[in-house]
Design a protein around this ligand. Structure first.
Ligand code: GDP
Ligand code: IMO
Ligand code: MG
Length: 441
């Protein structure tokens, strides 16, 4: 047992120095769908372990493997690299049915999930009534609904903080079924209050089938495993889901998800110390999108918004819903760089702007008539008018560019403005959905 091992003082000092900054983070700086999946897949070869630290099947991370599109919801985006360990951390909420489906899909690529995929025993399980509750809660909100993906995320995290949840490690406990029935009954009472009626017997059947599959996977004590690996010099890449503006504390509450999507979530979601975090790579699109309800100051309701959606194929990877589109919001971007401690920005979908002659970025908000460069507390209730600055477009096909120096001058100016505004450099520009379409600056 690690906890009982006696270490000499000098070894501890050595280990502390050696093990600093072994964990890098890739996370979203906007409202999700920034292209995190592609970027994690691209950087994964530099790491030994890729670990998801929060969120659940509400995530839809798209990657291209052998030119074929793959969307991952539960499994980390390092899974297509044969020799990498992928971890589903304790901060994640896990839908066993989605997981099983996804494991079957990656197995078709010769990936052995029984070797490459580890799941924390502390990971909370999404049960069928969580999904029903999500639906019931959204329906009860009417016009002010959040626009949830209806994957059971909110109710599952409520059971975590309410200390009722079932966790993956509980599966080995003889009392699992009794605990399940107890929780299901509790949920049924809530569903009755909502006057919500839906036959979930088919969901339950596939859920129990998926649990049997889950039992065959590697369930680990993530905090000991990951710290042990770090002490052996292994490098970890933590993969965020959703985006910082959907963070439960710092996002556009109540139009947010139910977890801490920001870098602080890496520590609580994997069991590692903040001292181990090195680079925080923040992913942002060159413009902005949002799917679901809630404030979006730079949203475009005109033909330009339509163009962004069409060229960027802006339709949700999880629900297929059209994404709302708008200009880059630097007020929000500077805020999310600040709360995450972003050390470098990855700007994706730059190619989507290739044909636009004029571009805009929001440099301040007028909140209830008063100009500010800060994200207000009541973003959902305030009237926010974006103050936009105009930029010349590059009007060039950038999709084949491989070197930073070859990027168009006007794109360099656009990037320089972001660097200056956020105080963080844009280090990588993604210029297409393909695995190799990325330019380093
Ligand atoms: P995630 O949730 O952050 O992983 O992002 P999604 O997968 O939900 O959405 C990003 C979409 O943009 C996917 O369809 C990607 O294939 C696509 N994508 C990622 N990077 C680029 C890029 O640089 N250019 C273009 N045109 N598409 C990209
Ligand atoms: P990835 O990881 C974009 C949005 C939903 C809704 C709100 C709450 O692919 O970036 P939830 O299902 O959590 O109850 O939904 O958050 N949302 C996302 N939007 N990308 C995501 O994930 C999202 N996950 C949740 O649309 O507005
Ligand atoms: Mg997505």
């Amino acid at each position: 047992m690690l906890a009982k091992t006696q270490y000499s003082k000098s070894w501890l000092i050595f280990a502390t120095i050696q093990n600093k900054y072994m964990v890098d983070v890739i996370l979203g700086l906007q409202w999700g769908d920034e292209g995190k999946g592609k970027i994690v897949d691209y950087f994964a070869p530099r790491y030994d372990i890729v670990a998801r630290f929060q969120g659940g099947p509400n995530a839809g991370h798209t990657l291209y493997v052998d030119g074929k599109k793959q969307v991952l919801h539960q499994i980390p985006s390092g899974i297509f690299h044969q020799d990498k360990v992928n971890i589903i951390g304790n901060g994640v909420v896990l839908d066993p049915v989605t997981l099983k489906r996804e494991c079957d899909a990656v197995a078709a690529y010769g990936i052995d999930v029984k070797k490459n995929l580890f799941i924390s025993e502390r990971t909370n399980i999404i049960i069928p009534t969580h999904r029903a509750l999500d639906k019931a809660s959204e329906m009860s909100k009417g016009e002010s609904k959040i626009g949830s993906t209806l994957k059971g995320i909110g109710p599952a995290y409520m059971d975590k903080t309410g200390r009722n949840a079932l966790r993956v490690g509980d599966l080995l406990d003889k009392s699992f079924t009794t605990q399940y029935i107890k929780l299901r009954l509790k949920h049924q009472k809530l569903l009755d209050n909502f006057h919500f009626i839906e036959d979930i017997s088919a969901w339950e059947e596939e859920f129990f089938e998926a649990l049997e599959f889950l039992k065959t996977l590697n369930v680990i004590n993530c905090e000991y495993y990951i710290n042990d690996q770090i002490s052996k010099g292994k490098k970890v890449l933590a993969e965020g889901a959703q985006g910082s503006m959907l963070d439960i504390d710092f996002g556009t509450f109540p139009f947010v998800t139910s977890s801490n999507t920001i870098s602080a979530g890496v520590c609580t979601g994997l069991g590692i110390s903040p001292k181990q975090i090195g680079e925080v790579m923040g992913v942002t699109k060159a413009y902005c999108t949002r799917v679901g309800g809630g404030p979006f100051p730079t949203e475009l309701f005109d033909a330009t918004g339509e163009e962004l959606r069409r060229i960027g194929s802006e339709f949700g990877a999880t629900t297929g819903r059209p994404r709302r589109c708008g200009w880059m919001d630097l007020v929000a971007l500077q805020y999310t760089c600040m709360i995450n401690g972003v050390t470098q920005i990855v700007m994706t979908k730059a190619d989507v702007l290739d044909s636009f002659e004029e571009l805009s970025m929001c440099t301040s908000y007028k909140v209830n008539g008063v100009e500010t460069k800060q994200v207000p507390f009541q973003m959902a209730k305030a009237t926010i008018e974006p103050i936009l600055e105009q930029f010349k477009g590059w009007s060039t096909d950038t999709t084949q560019i491989k070197l930073g120096e070859d990027l168009p001058e006007t794109m360099k100016q656009y990037i320089a403005f972001i660097n200056e505004y956020c105080g963080v450099p844009v280090k990588h520009v993604s210029n297409g959905p393909g695995r190799e379409q990325i330019v380093h600056i």
